[in-house]
Design a protein around this ligand. Structure first.
Ligand code: ADP
Ligand code: MG
Length: 704
């Protein structure tokens, strides 16, 4: 295929220099067509014109040095691969450059002794060479005049994928930039004009090929007009999608009306073994208003782990049932669904409640019976898992639908639950404590309630960082608590539950515990690779206090409520993000007893890991932790963001760009107020883009 024929939606393999092998690698990071790579933006820029003397290098950062190659060495390895090393010298010292798994002799042919080069890369200290070292650096060979024969100036640095290095990635992007003019505008002209934003095609080109004159500072802080425009665009698209959704919700949809029987509220409250906190009460009032309004309730309930969201949700469910509707709560795991079910079973009310549990692991006969009774309306309170949204589940009159731990569900699944009724009232619950202002902007299609205070009578949690030499101390602590009749969690991190090697490490630790460290105690192991039944039976045993120490991967993170557990030990705590650590710690300190959170770490910690641990020892306030988390997270840590259920952005950063977010929100809502379905010609491109990129949210609105 000739280049003239390449389009934005052409398969990436047809771009010059790519081909099927690289295309497969790129597809792993979501790059499928030429347009995708144009929007694969650099997360950083390097300025090659800033050269650092070798003696001034420091570990862990990226530098460019300028020197002469004084020696090279090729070491043959297995499978035709070799290791190539060279030494570069400037007036102040010597540095080593190292390449692993090199195929062929490309390196040794190109990088010959005597050449002057620029080397750019992340610097570490080589204990072997006894000097600074760059692994797989970028090398530019300079000609006699000292000018970069390739290209100099500001260089973009891209997120990579296995098998594609920086140089190759840059080359591919540059090829795609040749057709950047085909990128279509999405923002309405008045907005571009108001903010003097560059056109979309020009912005994309600039982001990959910034002007040399500007220096790196402006592009590195993402404050060039091109960056500002793309950041604004990301926020604006999201906010417009939400504004459209919101206007559809509030204007046209009439939902199920639940008549709140105020007379029975006191009775419902008495059904719980505690008095509601004032925050819980406020949420209850907000919900009661929603239930009675014409439009269905569409509320997000935010509250830190353990603040008592379930009670509030159950009250909403009971209010629906008291008015002869059905109510359902969907949780991400069977254990959680059962937990909710058991709580419901304990409730005593004067009006008839008929609860049921609906999970995948049920026997068919039993399940069919439950399904029939849900369809006939005989069962009016259901706690369940994904099983709730399967085909064949039909409600007679679903009045309230609750989604627990919303970040574990996709937008689709939420929509599916909602579609089981005639526009039921929905309450979505999340334990991600994000600051209210931020919540209001990223969930602007929902009303928001927040529970800030914890119920009284919670024991304190002492958080300690455990150095490798202190492990015995930590084990002793676990011992003491178990002697007192308490239970403990030990968490092992699995970044990828599918990683066999990590799973092995977790299992090995468990065996070591069982055989050597705690041979006289009862231990259980759960991980994501176990069959659901096996996992459930271990979890049950823990809930019934038949297990003293539960060794687990992060599957316990969500919602488990065992107040008798007083120790949470986290292995390799430095590998976890703040949000996760906070969630894990939330599993203890639920009863009145004093609890312990032991964060075991390795010897060498990055500055960021140290900072995280410090935050953990200093506060238990989820909102503070969340703020700190946003602050510490680089744009690179998308995994962490996904974990917390926040939307992911390409260029935008919620903390750094919060002002732009607010601006985009106001302007999006203003635009939708004037043109609710984006029918005006000037808004047409915007609508097209939204249908492409925010389809899920749009679909949500169209269901039912
Ligand atoms: P989360 O918000 O994390 O879902 P839960 O709803 O599981 O929290 O509540 C945690 C624990 O606190 C439960 O054992 C629950 O019974 C208890 N609880 C909830 N509200 C109160 C309250 N107002 N006073 C005392 N205990 C409460
Ligand atoms: Mg919960």
């Amino acid at each position: 295929m000739g280049d003239g024929k390449i389009r934005l939606d052409s398969d990436i393999q047809f771009l010059k220099g790519v081909g099927p092998v690289r295309a497969a690698k790129l597809s792993r990071v979501g790059i499928k067509n030429v347009g995708d790579i144009l929007f694969h933006f650099p997360f950083r820029y390097e300025d090659r014109s800033i050269v650092t003397p070798i003696e001034s290098l420091s570990e862990g950062e990226t530098f460019t040095i300028n020197g002469e190659i004084v020696s090279t060495k090729t070491q043959k390895g297995r499978y035709g691969k070799s290791r190539f090393q060279l030494s570069v010298k400037d007036k102040t010292g010597i540095m080593s450059c190292l390449w692993f798994s090199v195929r062929g002799d490309w390196h040794s042919k190109k990088y010959k002794q005597g050449l002057t080069v620029l080397a750019t890369g992340k610097v570490s200290f080589s204990n072997y060479q006894k000097c600074f070292e760059m692994t797989h650096p970028d090398i530019s060979v300079l000609d006699d005049n000292g000018t970069d024969t390739a290209s100099g100036g500001i260089k973009p640095v891209y997120p990579l994928t296995e098998g594609i290095n920086q140089k190759v990635m840059r080359g591919i992007v540059l090829k795609a930039v040749e057709i950047a003019e085909k990128v279509k505008e999405t923002l309405p002209a008045p907005i571009l004009k108001r903010h003097s934003f560059p056109q979309r095609d020009a912005a994309v080109r600039f982001i990959h090929l910034p002007d040399e004159g500007d220096g790196t500072e402006k592009v590195n802080s993402f404050r060039s007009p091109a960056h500002l425009r793309m950041i604004y665009e990301e926020f604006f698209l999201m906010e417009t999608a939400m504004a459209v959704q919101r206007s559809r919700n509030t204007e046209k949809i009439k939902g199920v009306n639940v008549k709140v029987r105020r007379d029975i509220i006191p009775e419902i409250l008495l059904a719980f073994p505690f008095k509601l906190t004032s925050d819980q009460r406020n949420v209850l009032n907000e919900m009661a208003k929603d239930l009675e309004a014409e439009q269905p309730m569409n509320r997000l309930l935010q509250g830190d782990v353990g603040c008592g969201k379930t009670a509030v949700a159950l009250i909403a469910m009971l209010l629906a049932v008291a008015d002869r509707h059905q109510a359902a709560i969907m949780a991400p795991t069977e254990i959680l669904a059962e937990q909710h079910y058991n709580t419901i079973l304990k409730l005593k009310t004067s009006f008839p409640i008929k609860p049921a549990l609906l999970v995948a692991g049920m026997r068919k006969k039993e399940k069919d019976k439950v399904l029939a009774k849900i369809a006939s309306g005989e069962i009016n309170l259901v706690a369940g898992t994904h099983a709730l949204i399967q085909q064949g589940v039909e409600f007679k009159n679903l009045g309230v639908a609750i989604i627990d731990e919303q970040h574990r569900f996709g937008v689709k699944q939420r929509a599916e639950l909602i579609s089981k009724g005639e526009k039921p009232n929905t309450l979505i619950m999340t334990a991600t404590p994000i600051p209210r202002t931020l919540a209001m902007t990223i969930y602007s299609d929902l009303d928001i309630s927040i529970i800030k205070t914890m119920p009284k009578g919670r024991g304190s949690v002492k958080t300690e960082v455990i150095r490798p030499n202190d492990t015995q101390k930590a084990y002793l602590r676990i011992h003491r608590e178990i002697e007192k009749g308490r239970q403990a969690y030990v968490i092992y991190p699995l970044v990828e539950e599918s990683e066999k090697s990590e799973l092995k490490a977790a299992t090995k630790m468990y065996e070591n515990f069982r055989e050597k460290i705690f041979p006289h105690l009862k231990l259980g192991l759960v991980h994501g690779r176990m069959k659901p039944e096996e996992k459930n039976s271990v979890m049950h045993a823990f809930m019934k206090r038949e297990i003293d120490i539960l060794v687990s991967t992060t599957v316990v993170e969500v919602g488990i409520d065992q107040p008798n557990a007083t120790v949470m030990m986290v292995e390799h705590a430095e590998r976890f993000g703040l949000a996760q650590l906070h969630q894990l710690r939330g599993r203890v300190g639920r009863g009145g007893e004093k609890s312990y959170c032991l964060l075991a770490v390795g010897y060498r910690l990055s500055a960021i890991a140290r900072e995280r641990l410090k935050v953990m020892t200093q506060t238990r306030d989820g909102f503070l932790i969340a703020e700190k988390d946003l602050e510490l997270r680089g744009t690179g840590d998308l995994f962490g963001i996904r974990q917390s259920g926040l939307p992911t952005f390409r260029v935008a950063n919620l903390l750094r760009d919060f002002d732009l977010l607010k601006l985009a929100k106001d302007e999006a809502f203003a635009l939708v107020a004037k043109d609710p379905e984006l029918k005006l010609p000037e808004n047409r491109p915007l609508r097209d883009e939204l249908e492409r990129s925010w389809r899920d949210r749009f679909e949500l609105a169209d269901i039912g």
